[in-house]
Write a new protein. Structure first.
Length: 168
């Protein structure tokens, strides 16, 4: 499983997303280099992809994607910060949180933004915490990933040679 430092930059109900050439929108971030802390990787990736220098990043939660474990941080940006695509990033922009679900974005990006929205809502409603937000997200997405992760596959070897169509 890959490990990725993922950064959420949010401002006035909008989230910063980046995209490579001919790719879907995603949150800024990337792989952690050997000997690098997760926090340092988050700061470095944000700077490399958007030319933004965060004043601080705060760890929020982990999010398990299909092949990647995301260590999610929220960034505090200066008031005059303007993102500019850099390195492999071709586009970057601010999108309303309510519009993320309709954008061409990865399942992980949608899930992280949705969970972040629940977490930020939990700050406004102290009686609900991260655990409740995670449970709600799991229930909402119960039918979407489950079928993909547990898709049956054809058996190989002896059963295939005999012409049987058995599933594992």
């Amino acid at each position: 499983m890959k490990h990725r430092a993922t950064v959420i930059c949010h401002e006035a109900g909008h989230v910063l997303l980046v995209a490579r050439t001919l790719s879907r929108w995603a949150l800024p971030g990337g792989r952690v280099k050997p000997g690098e802390t997760l926090r340092d990787a988050a700061l470095r990736e944000l700077r490399e992809e958007t030319s933004l220098q965060a004043m601080n990043v705060t760890y929020l939660f982990q999010f398990g994607g299909i092949r990647t474990r995301h260590y999610v941080f929220v960034a505090t940006l200066p008031g005059d910060a303007i993102p500019k695509p850099a390195n492999e990033i071709e586009r970057c922009g601010w999108f309303p949180v309510s519009r993320i679900a309709s954008l061409p974005a990865s399942v992980s990006t949608r899930g992280i933004v949705q969970l972040m929205g629940h977490a930020m809502g939990a700050l406004k409603r102290p009686h609900e915490g991260m655990r409740a937000a995670r449970r709600r997200l799991r229930k909402q997405n119960a039918g979407t990933l489950g079928a993909y992760e547990h898709a049956p596959t054809r058996k190989r070897g002896h059963a295939a040679k005999r012409g049987k169509r058995t599933l594992r």
